[in-house]
Write a protein that binds this ligand. Structure first.
Ligand SMILES: Nc1ncnc2c1ncn2[C@@H]1O[C@H](COP(=O)(O)OP(=O)(O)O)[C@@H](O)[C@H]1O
Ligand SMILES: [Mg+2]
Length: 172
């Protein structure tokens, strides 16, 4: 069985008097170790699909299944990196990359070292005590990726990342 299954997914948004059909008839299977890209013009439903896989929104019809179980809410083993980096501006890069460990109360020395090592691999270790506003857009996106990977997700969702190659080379 595929790890991730999207079966006959449809999604409508209701906006006042209007109904927007975001996606229709989406079927997709992703196996362990696979790296899948969803490519299409702006507004075709890419973010909507990722948000349904992450359990942030539910399909209007059809099923999203992870390891055979229907996704009905957010689970911690999915890492979802949104298009905007959403680093907390009042925290240093070091504190930002550890925020997931703080929230899930898994901030052990080992996990902190793992996050630090990822930061090093992204060439950002010397920025660990800086604020997000002091980094370039690409650096911020890499820091956000470190934050996402630090939680060791078993499924990684990336919305329009400019760092696909780095990820593919190092983490697949
Ligand atoms: N929360 C929402 N409310 C209403 N319409 C939405 C909402 N989110 C997305 N849409 C609409 O659904 C369609 C798909 O959007 P989206 O998934 O963001 O596309 P993409 O990520 O491919 O650019 C678009 O027509 C968009 O306007
Ligand atoms: Mg989008």
């Amino acid at each position: 069985m595929a790890r991730l299954q999207l079966q006959n997914i449809e999604k409508y948004f209701f906006t006042g008097s209007d109904i927007v059909e975001a996606i229709r008839n989406v079927n997709l299977e992703v196996d362990d170790g696979e790296f899948v890209s969803i490519i299409g013009p702006s507004g075709c439903g890419k973010t909507t699909i990722l948000s349904m896989v992450a359990g942030l929104t539910t399909p209007s019809s059809g099923d999203v299944k992870l390891d055979g179980a229907k996704v009905t809410s957010q689970t911690t083993n999915i890492g979802y990196m949104l298009q905007q980096d959403y680093l907390f501006p009042w925290l240093t890069i070091g504190d930002n990359i550890n925020i997931g460990l703080d929230i899930t109360r898994t901030k052990t020395k080992e996990n902190e070292d793992y996050a630090k090592d990822l930061l090093d691999q992204m060439g950002l270790l010397r920025h660990i005590d800086q604020m997000p506003s002091e980094l370039s857009g690409g650096m911020r996106q890499r820091a956000a990726l470190v934050r996402t990977l630090a939680a060791k997700p078993s499924l990684l969702l990336l919305d329009e990342p400019s760092l696909l190659l780095t990820i593919k080379q190092n983490y697949i």
